[in-house]
Design a protein around this ligand. Sequence first.
Ligand code: FE2
Length: 323
Amino acid sequence: MAVLGIESSAHTFGAGVTERGKILANCKSMYKIGGTGMIPMKVADFHARNARKVIQDAITKSCICEGDIEAIGYTKGPGLGPCLRVGQLSAKTLADSVGAPLFPVNHCIGHIEITRQSFGMKDPLVLYVSGGNSQILAIAEEPFRHYKVYGETLDIGVGNMLDNFARAAGLVPAWGSKVAEVAKGGSYIRMPYTVKGMDFAFTGILTHSIKALSGSGVSDVAYSLQETSFAMLCEATERALMLSGKMELLACGGVAQSSRLKAMLGAMARAHGVRFGAAPDEFNADNGAMIAVVAEEMLRSGSEPEPPAIDQRSRPDAVRITW
Ligand code: FE2
């Protein structure tokens, strides 16, 4: 018996299938982001057109039939309201059709759990870095079992900051991976550095970098921006590691695809004798498999199914963990 997960919080509509923790399929369609960024209603229309095919592809690829679906998970939030609604409605429609329970899943916990499971980690400190979010988390037992947020961005996510810089610099595509490409061979120029305890902020360095483009080469600015913002994340994560005493460190989310960030975190973890892991890129990008992983954990550990709902501002630390 299998579990199907649907992800639709932003530009990706994904459907994944798991069976006893094994990923059988992970299919997706991705909205191409143009110069205007993401207009939620347009992205939602794209998802609505592609949802049925992506879900069917996942079922076919995993060699199951609809009757084998034991439970269905969908991304409750955080994310863009119209996009979340398409995923939730797709999940509800399929759940009604096959008679399976529905489990709402927090997007951030999806990223964490698919990585934690793939490395067999028990109790890691987590650096979750994406477009919309940047947080440092670990499991805490009080007042209920949940992912406690040790530190987080005080303004925008690090991925959002990199994308905004890329757009201002005229890079195509305007993504962090393009910033990384341009940064190769750059020289360091001074940048603002904002870490407050285990929190950090990125709008200052973004504004400074955009202004610096008028006096410095884009390669130097991109290099300095990337080195400084990743160093900020590493410093705050190192502080949380020392405070929490955790012996495992996990990086997840879209920005965890960065080989430079992984190298910096890996070196820091090694210096403290801490095990480090980051999932393959396929699972750090948004995907349906991570939602299926959490829905299966919820199902097997006795979580109660919930009436369908979305929450654009859903926070991981408000979610009770039952596994
Ligand atoms: Fe994500």
